[in-house]
Design a protein around this ligand. Structure first.
Ligand code: ADP
Ligand code: MG
Ligand code: MG
Length: 883
C-alpha cells in the first residue's frame, strides 16, 4: 500500500482535496508545491498509517520504513544533501497535521538530524558556527520536550541562568561558543532526566518524532478536544517531514506569519508579523517583539522597527504576489507561515484564516465583489449565528465614560440597566419591562433564566470560557466577565469597586467589546446596518423563498425588527400588553368580577388601551401582515401570589382581600401549562376574546384610515385541540368583525387562524384547516407537549441528556426533526390538502435557529417568525436553506 506522499520542486503526489488522507497541512503543502510556489521539499505520512497504528497495537505497516527511506532520499536529492550524512547532512522538521487543526497534537520538532557530528558539518557548510549551535540547542529542547517528555522549563531555566551569569539580555546576544556551552548543559540535563544520553542517531530521532506525532493523537488533551468538537477518533493524524530552511541564519534571514486580509476587520490589507534571525515559533512565543510586515502597519503602530517591506523589499514583493496567488487559488483569505533564508523566501503553510464575524462578513462580500466567489457562495460563507455579534449597540465613542471597573470582553455589544444580583429578580423586573444587568460572582446553569431576562451580564470571576461568557455569547448578550476589582456582596445587595458602592437598582453600562463597566447610563450607538451587512442581506433576500417576520408586541421591538428587515409580525402576544401599568388594575378587576356583566365592565376599560396598542403596531408595520394571538396564559398569572402583595393589590383595585385570596386559591392549578389557558379561556369567557377582536378590528380601521395602507390582521387562536373549539370562537370573532364593519361603514379584511401547538391539532390538521385560514406552529409548546417535557423545568436534566448523548441537542433550541418535526410535516401536508392556500408559519424560538429554519424550508413553510435581533440571522439562514 502507499503510505507516503512526496512534495517539492514544483510537483506533488497529493492535492488540497486530499485533506482526509494527508491532513490539512500536508494537503496544502502539496497544493502549494504543485502551484510552483517555493516550498521546501518533504513528504507526508498519511492518516491511514495512524489508523493502522492504532488498529495493530501501535505497530507500523511493514513496508512503511522502506517508503520513508525512499522519500527521505528523494528530498535529500532535491536539496543536494543526505539524511544522517556527516559531511552534508539533511535536516528536517517533523510536523503533525490532522484534517482540522487541533490543539493537543504534538508540537513541531525543527532541526531534526543534528548531533554532535552533524552540527559541525552544518557549521562548516553555512560558514556560521553560531547558527549551527543555535539550531542544535533549539532541537535538543524541542525534541526533549515533545518526544522525551522533559518539560520546557528545565531548559529555559538553564538558559536564563546562563544569560544572567554572562550579563546577556537577548538570546541573540549569545555567541557560538556560548550556544555550544548551552548545548552541553542541555545534554547533561537530558541525561539526568532519562538516565541515558540524548539520542545521537538521526534515524532514531526521526522515528522517535514520528511515533510522538501518532502517539499524541491519543493523548488526553487531543481526546478531550475531539469530544468537544465532535471530531471522530477514526480520522487520525498525518505526519509531515520536510527539509529545513533556516530563518536563523543571520540578518538576511527571518521568519513570520501573515493573514492575506485583516482577520478582525476583514479589510483587504496584508496583516502580519516577522522576526529577523529567528526560527519557528519565536514570533508567537513573544521572546522578542515582532516587526510589522508592511510600512503602512508600521506607521499606524508608530513603531521604529523597520517593516519587511522596507528591510527586504524583494522578498516582500514576492510574498505579496504569493498571497495574491493563494487567495485566488483558494478563493478565501489565507493564514500563512513563511521563512526567509539568506534572502530566499520559503512558504511553510497556508490555510483558510480564522476571522471575527465582522471580518467574515466583509471578506465574503468583498470576495464576491472581486469576482472570486459567487454571491450564493458569499451567502453560504457567513455563519448566521455569528451575525449576532454585529447587531448589538455599541457605546457612543463621543460619550463620557466613567469607568468603574474593567473585566474581560466576554461577549460583544453594550448594554445598560439596573443592577440586580440574582436571576429571579432579573426575571421579575424584566417581566415588568425594566432593563437589568445581572451581576454575579460567577454564573451557573441555575442562572440561565436571569441571563435571558437581563440586557447584559457582569461577573467578577471567570475567564473568556467561563459559564457566563459562553452562555452570553450563545445568547448574543453583552457580557463582561472576570471583573476582579469589583466586590459583590449578595447579603446587602451591593457591589463595590474603586471606592464606589452601587446598590441594587443603580444603573450601569457594560461594554462587552472592551470589558469596561461604566457608571450610569451612557449614550449608545445602534449597530451599523449598511455597507457589507446591507449588501449580504440584500443578496440573501433575493435568494430566499420564506418570508421572515418577527415576534413583537411593543412598538420598540416592532421598530427594531423593521430596521432588521422583518416582513411583518408573526406573533404578537397580547397578554404582555395586559401587564402594563394602568391596565393591570382593570385586568384584575375583570378576573375578580362576579359575573359576565362585571367582566364586561372591566373589559370596556381595557378596550381603548388595547386598541391603541394595535393602532401603533399596524402603523409601524405599514401594511405588512400582523398576527395577533388572543389571550393565552392562565388567569392566575395576572394575580399576586405572595401574601404580602395581596393586601397591596386588593387596595389598589378596591377589592376585599378575603375575596382576592379566595379567587387566587380558586384559580390555582396543579399543571397550569396544561390547564385553563389558551382558547379554553375564550370558551369560558367569550367576552375577553370579543373585546380583543373588537380592539383589533377598530384599530385596523383606524390605522388604514390614517396611513392609507390596508391592514389585514390575522387573528390567532391559541392552544386549539379540536375543530369544534375553533368553530365556536371563530363564530364569535366573525360576529364582532361584522358589527365593527356595520358601525364604521368599513370592509375590513381579516383572517382567522390557529396556533398548532398540541399533537392532536397537528394530527387533525385537515379538519382544523377547514376553519383555520392559517396555521402558525407554536413549536415551544408543541415541543413541550410532544416530549411531555416542561420547558420551564427542563434545564435541570436536558443538559445531561445532551451530554450523555441521549439527545443530539436541546429540542427547545433546535427543532427535533424526527418527532416534533414529523408532527409539523403532517400538519402542513394535511392542512394544505384541505385548504391549498393555507398560510403556514412558525413562531416558536425555533424560528430564529438556523438548523430549525433549514427544516422549515424543507417542509415548505411560508414564513418564520423570531425575536427582533434574530431577524437578520433568520434572513440569512433562510437564504442558505433555499440555496
Ligand atoms: P503549527 O501547526 O503549530 O503551526 P507547524 O508545523 O506549522 O506547527 O510548525 C511551526 C513553525 O515551525 C512553522 O510556522 C515554521 O516557522 C517552523 N517550521 C516548520 N517546518 C519548517 C521547516 N521545514 N523549515 C523551517 N521552519 C519550519
Ligand atoms: Mg503552522
Ligand atoms: Mg403556546
Amino acid at each position: 500500500a502507499k503510505w507516503v506522499y512526496g512534495f517539492g520542486d514544483g510537483t506533488a503526489e497529493g492535492t488540497a482535496g486530499m485533506r482526509e488522507l494527508l491532513g490539512g497541512k500536508g494537503a496544502n503543502l502539496a497544493e502549494m508545491s504543485s502551484l510552483g510556489l517555493p516550498v521546501p521539499p518533504g513528504f507526508t505520512i498519511s492518516t491511514e498509517v495512524c489508523t493502522y497504528y492504532y488498529a495493530h497495537d501501535r505497530q507500523y505497516p511493514a513496508d512503511l520504513r522502506d517508503q520513508v527511506d525512499a522519500a527521505l532520499a528523494r528530498v535529500g536529492a532535491l536539496v543536494g544533501k543526505r539524511f544522517g550524512d556527516t559531511k552534508n547532512p539533511l535536516l528536517v522538521s517533523v510536523r503533525s497535521g490532522a484534517r482540522a487543526s487541533m490543539p493537543g497534537m504534538m508540537d513541531t520538532v525543527l532541526n531534526l538530524g543534528l548531533n554532535d557530528e552533524t552540527v559541525e558539518a552544518v557549521a562548516a557548510l553555512a560558514g556560521d558556527r553560531r547558527f549551527a549551535f543555535d539550531s542544535y540547542r533549539r532541537f535538543i529542547q524541542m525534541y526533549s520536550n515533545v518526544v522525551l517528555g522533559i518539560d520546557h522549563h528545565n531548559f529555559e531555566d538553564i538558559l536564563e541562568f546562563y544569560k544572567d551569569e554572562k550579563g546577556h539580555t537577548l538570546d541573540t546576544d549569545l555567541s557560538a561558543d556560548e550556544w555550544q556551552e548551552i548545548v552541553a548543559r542541555y545534554k547533561i540535563c537530558v541525561e539526568e532526566h532519562l538516565g541515558k544520553p540524548f539520542p545521537q542517531d538521526p534515524a532514531e530521532q526521526l522515528w522517535g518524532a514520528i511515533g510522538a506525532v501518532f502517539g499524541s493523537w491519543m493523548n488526553q488533551r487531543a481526546i478531550t478536544y475531539r469530544r468537544l468538537n465532535a471530531i471522530p477518533e477514526s480520522w487520525g493524524t498525518a505526519v509531515n517531514v520536510q527539509a529545513m530552511v533556516f530563518g536563523n541564519m543571520g540578518e538576511t534571514s527571518a521568519t513570520g506569519v501573515a493573514f492575506t486580509r485583516n482577520p478582525s476587520t476583514g479589510e483587504k490589507e496584508l496583516y502580519g508579523e516577522f522576526l529577523v534571525n529567528a526560527q519557528g515559533e519565536d514570533v508567537v512565543a513573544g521572546i522578542r517583539t515582532p516587526q510589522d510586515l508592511t510600512e503602512r502597519a508600521r506607521i499606524a503602530a508608530g513603531s521604529d522597527k523597520p517593516s519587511l517591506e522596507a528591510l527586504m523589499p524583494d522578498c516582500f514583493a514576492e510574498f505579496t504576489r504569493i498571497c495574491d496567488t493563494l487567495e485566488r487559488h483558494y478563493r478565501d483569505m489565507q493564514d500563512l507561515e513563511f521563512t526567509i533564508e539568506r534572502g530566499k523566501l520559503w512558504m511553510l503553510q497556508t490555510r483558510s484564516g480564522k476571522r471575527t464575524a465582522r471580518a467574515a462578513l466583509r471578506i465574503a462580500v468583498d470576495l464576491a465583489n472581486e469576482g472570486l466567489i459567487s454571491r450564493d457562495e458569499a451567502i453560504r460563507r457567513v455563519d448566521p449565528q455569528a451575525l449576532d455579534q454585529l447587531l448589538h449597540p455599541t457605546i457612543d465613542p463621543k460619550a463620557e465614560r466613567k469607568v468603574m471597573a474593567r473585566g474581560l470582553p466576554a461577549s460583544p455589544g453594550a448594554a445598560q440597566g439596573e443592577i440586580v444580583f440574582d436571576a429571579d429578580t432579573a426575571e421579575e423586573l424584566a417581566a415588568e419591562g425594566r432593563k437589568v444587568i445581572l451581576v454575579r460572582v460567577e454564573t451557573s446553569p441555575e442562572d440561565i433564566h436571569g441571563m435571558h431576562a437581563a440586557q447584559g451580564i457582569l461577573t467578577t470571576r471567570g475567564g473568556m470560557t467561563s459559564h457566563a461568557a459562553v452562555v452570553a455569547r450563545g445568547m448574543g448578550k453583552p457580557c463582561v466577565s472576570g471583573a476582579g476589582m469589583i466586590r459583590v456582596d449578595y447579603a446587602t445587595g451591593t457591589m463595590t469597586a474603586g471606592g464606589v458602592t452601587l446598590k441594587r437598582g443603580d444603573v450601569v453600562t457594560i461594554d462587552g467589546s472592551t470589558g469596561e463597566v461604566l457608571l450610569g447610563e451612557v449614550s449608545m450607538l445602534q449597530p451599523e446596518l449598511s455597507g457589507e451587512f446591507a449588501a449580504l442581506m440584500e443578496w440573501a433576500d433575493a435568494a430566499r423563498r420564506m418570508k421572515v417576520r418577527t415576534n413583537a408586541e411593543t412598538p420598540a421591538d416592532a421598530r427594531t425588527a423593521r430596521q432588521f428587515g422583518a416582513e411583518g409580525i408573526g406573533l404578537c402576544r397580547t397578554e404582555h400588553m395586559f401587564f402594563d401599568e394602568g391596565r393591570i388594575v382593570a385586568v384584575r378587576e375583570m378576573i375578580l368580577a362576579d359575573g359576565e356583566a362585571g367582566r364586561r365592565a372591566a373589559l370596556a376599560k381595557i378596550l381603548p388601551m388595547q386598541r391603541q396598542d394595535f393602532v401603533e403596531l399596524f402603523e409601524i408595520m405599514a401594511g405588512l401582515p400582523v398576527t395577533i394571538r388572543l389571550l393565552d396564559p392562565p388567569l392566575h398569572e395576572f394575580l399576586p401570589q405572595a401574601e404580602e402583595e395581596l393586601a397591596e393589590v386588593a387596595a389598589s383595585i378596591g377589592a376585599d382581600i378575603q375575596k382576592l385570596r379566595a379567587r387566587v386559591q380558586d384559580l390555582h392549578e396543579f399543571n397550569p401549562m396544561l390547564g385553563h389557558r389558551g382558547c379554553r379561556l375564550g370558551i369560558t369567557y367569550p367576552e375577553i376574546y370579543e373585546m380583543q377582536a373588537r380592539a383589533i378590528f377598530e384599530a385596523a380601521a383606524e390605522a388604514a384610515a390614517r396611513t392609507g395602507a390596508p391592514v389585514v390582521p390575522e387573528v390567532m387562536i391559541p392552544l386549539v385541540a379540536t375543530r369544534a373549539e375553533l368553530d365556536m370562537l371563530k363564530g364569535r370573532i366573525v360576529a364582532v368583525a361584522e358589527a365593527v364593519n356595520r358601525e364604521k361603514g368599513t370592509t375590513i379584511k381579516y383572517q382567522i387562524g390557529t396556533m398548532i401547538e398540541l399533537p392532536r391539532a397537528a394530527l387533525r390538521a385537515a379538519e382544523i384547516a377547514a376553519t383555520a385560514e392559517f396555521f402558525s406552529f407554536g413549536t415551544n409548546d408543541l415541543t413541550q407537549t410532544t416530549f411531555g417535557i416542561s420547558r420551564d423545568d427542563s434545564a435541570r436534566f436536558l443538559a445531561e441528556y445532551v451530554e450523555k448523548g441521549l439527545l443530539e441537542s436541546d429540542p427547545f433550541v433546535t427543532l427535533d426533526r424526527d418527532g416534533v418535526g414529523e408532527l409539523v410535516r403532517i400538519a402542513a401536508e394535511r392542512g394544505r390538502a384541505a385548504r391549498p392556500d393555507i398560510k403556514l408559519g412558525i413562531c416558536g424560538e425555533h424560528g430564529g435557529d438556523p438548523a430549525s429554519i433549514a427544516f422549515c424550508e424543507e417542509v415548505g413553510l411560508d414564513y418564520v417568525s423570531c425575536s427582533p435581533y434574530r431577524v437578520p440571522i433568520a434572513r440569512l439562514a433562510a437564504a442558505q436553506a433555499a440555496l
